[in-house]
Design a protein around this ligand. Structure first.
Ligand SMILES: [Zn+2]
Length: 224
């Protein structure tokens, strides 16, 4: 039984008789992190894989462990946040692009992770309001303060307890991730120290919003 993340039906489980066999043509097309064309047979609530052809398998032996771990975390995010039994076109495109930029373009895995986390929140109905200070409407301050449980911003004058500070670079990046067109999503870069601050915020935010513990995220921290 495999869990598939599909464009047309979101997250589904399907039987893949023979998929584990080395000789099977379906083998690589149904391996972890394979992007494949799959023909399914549906009887009642049960799917069975009839045919599978790999378009791209994102990882081979010897792949970088951090990139691999982040990719597996993306799979867990799909399984948790992805639509079930309904179209998941935009969500799937996001995850495929994230895998592509990490593995083919060698973009910083921590930055791609942050982009993916925050954009998934936005796609799943947990978009933070990053437009302006919740108290006075100020758009920009040297430092702004982000409230993780409510997903709202405050300026220096209005700041509340239990907020995390966000500098301008990190805030611009967060705004870009939430509000940009899909085609421009990956089209920015920020210094290493800001990536680290951004990643801390997006990770805490997705955990706060989902109230879920992701085991692949624990593994990521143990290898990092
Ligand atoms: Zn304010």
């Amino acid at each position: 039984m495999l869990t598939l993340f599909t464009k047309d039906y979101g997250v589904i489980k399907a039987f893949a008789v023979g998929a584990k066999s080395v000789k099977s043509k379906r083998g690589s097309a149904t391996s972890v992190l394979a992007y494949s064309n799959i023909t399914l047979d549906k009887k009642g609530d049960t799917y069975k894989i009839i045919e599978a052809t790999a378009n791209r398998v994102f990882f081979g032996a010897g792949s970088d462990i951090i990139t691999l771990t982040v990719s597996q975390y993306f799979c867990e995010l799909c399984s948790f946040f992805g639509p079930h039994d309904e179209s998941a076109d935009e969500f799937l495109r996001l995850v495929l692009n994230s895998l592509y930029f990490m593995t083919e373009k060698n973009r910083n895995p921590s930055l791609i992770k942050a982009i993916t986390e925050l954009r998934i929140c936005a796609l799943s109905g947990y978009a933070p309001n990053l437009v302006a200070c919740e108290g006075c409407g100020k758009y920009e301050d040297k430092t702004m303060y982000f409230k993780l449980d409510d997903g709202i911003l405050y300026c220096e004058d209005c700041k509340k307890q239990n907020t995390v500070s966000v500098n301008r670079t990190v805030l611009d990046a967060m705004r870009h991730i939430v509000y940009s067109d899909a085609k421009n999503l990956y089209n920015f870069d920020i210094p290493e120290k800001d990536i680290s601050a951004l990643e801390k915020i997006t990770e805490k935010y997705i955990i706060f919003q989902s109230e879920h513990k992701f085991s692949t995220l624990d593994f990521y921290h143990s290898v990092k």
